[in-house]
Write a protein that binds this ligand. Structure first.
Ligand code: B12
Length: 212
């Protein structure tokens, strides 16, 4: 049994095998980050490359995502159970027009694991919904995910609307952004308060906003 088997099972779209193999690695005491990064995320990266080259297509990408999700379901309790009193509230979602949610879900699990209360609005979220949810839940942070190049202008617009609401509509939230096409320069350019390249750095950024 090896991490490579998890990688292979995601590449083969074998949901049940992924779940079994991930559980076996967890039981064997393997570091969750190793399982995630070397087993599951590495496989999805390979799937993405094959999609770019035109050697596989959307249905295969979807099957790989489902296999990944089966593994994440096993890891969720390990990532999300902190049991501590909430250190802050985060409204999380993928921006309008974008249906990718695996990275967002991972960010959400790790934020919960770090003690944040999480309100996950899902994918394809209208900017106004982030603001309404933040107001209703007295949130500290809005976190925006986007995977498509076309999500970048959506994210820019969402950040502008949130910052405008901070100035004029009695909202008081920090906004952080992430996803593969996003980097610190882009986050700065669109006026986001923070950026994270992966789920652990999303937690770090969120913590810096609530000073713990
Ligand atoms: C799985 C997948 C799909 C699945 C999504 C299933 C799901 N439930 O999410 C399906 C099949 C639905 C899909 C559809 C499409 N996809 Co797609 N997909 C992927 C794939 C293979 C993996 C994405 C993934 O989950 N990665 C793993 C996660 C863990 O990583 P992550 O998302 O980057 O998240 C991490 C960080 O970015 C960060 N992060 C993420 N969000 C946030 C938020 C905050 C606040 C912070 C701080 C950090 C942070 O932390 C995360 C954890 O470490 C990628 C290729 C790739 N390697 O990324 C293509 C990819 C993103 N898709 C792509 C495309 C083109 C599409 C489609 C347009 C295809 C089509 N012709 O229909 C559609 C778009 C549908 C839509 N409207 O959204 C392109 C995008 C190209 C571009 N630059 O725009 C990619 C890059 C593939 C490629 N190489 O061409 N896709």
């Amino acid at each position: 049994m090896a991490i490579q088997d998890i990688y292979n099972a995601v590449m083969a779209y074998e949901e049940d095998d992924v779940a079994e193999l991930v559980q076996a690695e967890v039981d064997a005491g393997t570091d969750v980050n190793v399982i995630l990064n070397q087993g599951m995320i590495a496989a999805l990266d390979e799937i993405g490359e094959k999609f770019s080259k035109g050697t596989l297509f959307v249905p295969e990408m979807l099957m790989a995502a489902e296999a990944m999700q089966a593994g994440l379901n096993i890891l969720r309790p390990l990532l999300a159970n902190s049991g501590a009193k909430p250190v802050g509230t985060v409204i999380l979602g993928t921006v309008k027009g974008d249906l990718h949610d695996i990275g967002k879900n991972l960010v959400g699990m790790m934020l919960e694991g770090a003690g944040f209360r999480l309100i996950d609005l899902g994918t394809d979220v209208d900017p106004e919904n982030f603001i309404t949810a933040a107001q209703e839940n007295d949130a500290d942070i809005i976190a925006l995910s986007g995977l498509l190049t076309t999500s970048m202008p959506e994210m820019e617009m969402a950040v502008a609307i949130v910052q405008e609401a901070n100035r004029t509509r009695n909202l008081n939230v920090k906004v952080m952004v992430g996803g593969p096409p996003i980097n610190q320069d882009f986050a700065d350019k669109i006026g986001a308060d923070g950026y994270g390249m992966d789920a652990p750095s999303a937690v770090e950024t969120a913590r810096s906003f609530v000073r713990i």
